[in-house]
Ligand binder design. Structure first.
Ligand code: ADP
Ligand code: ZN
Length: 425
């Protein structure tokens, strides 16, 4: 399936799209109403060529149908319920049939295999286990490839390191910000990398930059690969980078991606917009044209690994994470990129936005590297000035830079909270 010629893949998608549209129409009142309002029935959808006839689904639709209104099977068929952390408002719920869980394990196994993880590996799953899909999603995939799977969950970093060494973990799965904390702890505890067997990391669930990848790879001596997913569409493993490290292959036999522009039209490959998925094989909670609000681009350029599925670029950020500062759109990942251009600071940072009078203000707090601590006030001022200039150049904002002592900004064992927006308090 992963290397199927694209015309053949399209035929699989056509058939599966017809099937999911019919299932939604027959079993989910929300979709039947929407399609009736648009004057279409499942018969009008011949295949992917007709995708634009179908309605979009937004997070708000899931909230309006909270908790189980989007399910397409009787509750007796649902074997698992997850919910997103609901950073903004009520959580969004996802229900899975046993078939859905099986396909999720399979797709997550594909993802692990992209990182060459197999039965001889020991996989340390340091994503949180719980309603959040990260832990269990990674877990089932790791077991499916036959790896020895350690369900340690997030947190307790010192214990993570002990088990990593004692159990000989070869692969670490967690958020990139937690990987960074683990890398710091390795350094702090003075652990020689030779004592560890770690060779790869599968990191996702939040945006991170290419610079952060290099930093983690160096500190842990591994290949760090990007994995993407969201609970509404499945969980982790919707897409995954291969060893070519040039974007994440979306498993297109199960998810039909589109990138939607501001006018609501599907954009051609290469253009940035709102990543949107139609789930082709989910039964518990199938979704049609679900707007993720994750901004990215797609490409169908051939990949060195031989997989034919399209690749998505790094997520620039969710449109809900975008800060508007004095009219300029800024993503936290742009600030991260700007900081990482300058020697002397670590990728631990926090952005505080406020308003004084009518003017937005931004303070970027960033930790210095320990070796900078012996530097003079003048050196510090020079460092601040460099960071200020880099932020102005890469993110187009005039930010106040606050250099912090190493280890003083709050750490996370899950998704990092990069921004405090006091304008909203
Ligand atoms: P929540 O909405 O509570 O954060 P999820 O855990 O389902 O719930 O989060 C999914 C979101 O996480 C995605 O829509 C995306 O914004 C972000 N995400 C997941 N993986 C990545 C990744 N590899 N890079 C950037 N962002 C990611
Ligand atoms: Zn590839």
């Amino acid at each position: 399936m992963e290397t199927m010629p694209r015309e053949q893949l399209r035929a699989v998608q056509d058939e599966r799209l017809r099937d999911v549209v019919r299932r939604c129409y027959e079993n989910v009142p929300f979709y039947r109403d929407k399609m009736q309002k648009l004057g279409i029935t499942p018969k009008d959808i011949r295949g992917v060529c007709d995708i634009e006839l179908l309605p979009f689904t937004d997070k708000q639709d899931l909230r309006d149908n909270y908790p189980f209104g989007m399910f397409a099977v009787p509750n007796s068929e649902i074997v698992r319920i997850h919910a997103s952390s609901g950073t903004t408002g009520k959580p969004t719920v996802a229900g899975y049939t046993s078939g859905d869980i099986d396909r999720w394990a399979e797709l997550m196994a594909r993802a692990l295999y992209c990182a060459n993880v197999g039965k001889n590996d020991v996989v340390q799953v340091a994503y949180g286990y719980g309603l959040f899909t990260g832990g269990l999603g990674a877990h089932y995939g790791a077991e499916r490839v036959g790896a020895s799977t350690i369900p340690i969950s997030g947190g307790n970093t010192v214990r993570q390191l002990m088990l990593m060494e004692d159990f000989g973990s070869t692969t670490l799965m967690c958020t990139p910000s937690y990987a960074l904390n683990i890398a710091e702890a390795v350094e702090k505890e003075g652990i020689d990398l030779k004592r560890l067997k770690l060779k790869s990391g599968i990191f996702g669930a939040e945006p991170w930059t290419e610079e952060m990848r290099k930093h983690i790879e160096e500190k842990l001596g591994i290949d760090a690969l990007n994995v993407y997913g969201l609970s509404e569409v499945m969980g982790p493993g919707v897409s995954m980078e291969c060893m070519a490290k040039n974007g994440m292959h979306i498993w297109e036999d199960h998810f039909l991606p589109e990138v939607i522009g501001e006018d609501g039209k599907s954009l051609p490959y290469g253009q940035q917009g709102d990543l949107t998925f139609t789930t082709l094989t989910k039964h518990g909670m199938p979704l049609i044209r679900y707007r993720t609000h994750d901004l990215c681009t797609l490409t169908d350029e051939p990949c060195a690994c031989g997989r034919t599925h399209v690749r998505m670029g790094r997520i620039m950020g969710r449109s809900d994470d975008m800060l508007i500062i004095r009219g300029v759109n800024v993503f936290p990942s742009q600030i991260e990129h700007a900081l990482m251009q300058v020697e002397g600071v670590s990728p631990q940072y926090h952005i505080v936005v406020d308003r004084q009078g009518n003017l937005d203000t931004v303070e970027v707090q960033v930790e210095m590297k320990p070796e900078m601590m012996s530097d003079t006030v003048k050196d510090m001022e020079a460092l601040s000035a460099k960071l200020h200039a880099s932020i102005a150049a890469h993110a187009l904002v005039n930010a106040k830079v606050k250099l912090c002592q190493p280890g003083t900004l709050p750490r996370t064992d899950g998704k990092a909270k990069r921004v405090t927006d006091k304008r909203k308090l």
